[in-house]
Write a protein that binds this ligand. Sequence first.
Ligand code: MN
Length: 249
Amino acid sequence: MAQDSLKKYKSKRNVTESGEPAGKKRKGNKKPVFTIQKHDASHLHYDFRLEVDGVMPSWAVPKGPSLDPKIKRLAIMTEDHPLDYATFEGEITEGHYGAGEVIVWDYGTYDNIKHDHDGNLIEMAQAIKNGTVEVFLHGKKLQGAYALVHTHFGNGKDWLLIKMKDEYADARANPVSSKPESVLSGKTIEDIRRENEGILSSGEKKTTSQTKRKAVKKKASKEATNPAYVKTSAGKKKNLTGARAGKKK
Ligand code: MN
């Protein structure tokens, strides 16, 4: 049933060509996982994904998570992703949706800690519907309680990611800048880019290759004919740009 929610994911992609996972189910009865993928697409962002009922509801967080409970980070809800996407890193090839480098910035399991007024746990899917998610992360970089709260600003896709107050909160720590590497491979976005350019450019200068990549990205978005793709892509771009106003690279 939950696999139906991957229709949007699949409609946006040709996974046999883009190099991304196709969406297989995970077996066993283990604790649900979370992943945070640093993704250098048209705008750098951190994709926060939580395993819920066999798929991964996802949010794009332009500035990444904060450990300071006073800081609210914009988290834009995106389409559900397949479970096997959680450990994907590498390059989404040029001309495909979300083209750019991806690393697994953090990974681990989580506990749902959202309770109702009577102290009963609210199922994750229901918590998402309600617009108030509370999870306790057991990651390599992030630990402790985080809240995702739906806001009624914007186009309905805007949530806020907030560190809840607990012993893991730390207003001074900033792992987004101090720990940029993958928790799986130790690689940075730049490492992935260098590797990829080593394979693709073959004698071509780096600057030429980068210019070419940008040109291909532009061309790809113009050529997209699927109306859902165009709408979502434009909406997302607009949101991310707004969140990063004055911080363009
Ligand atoms: Mn992304």
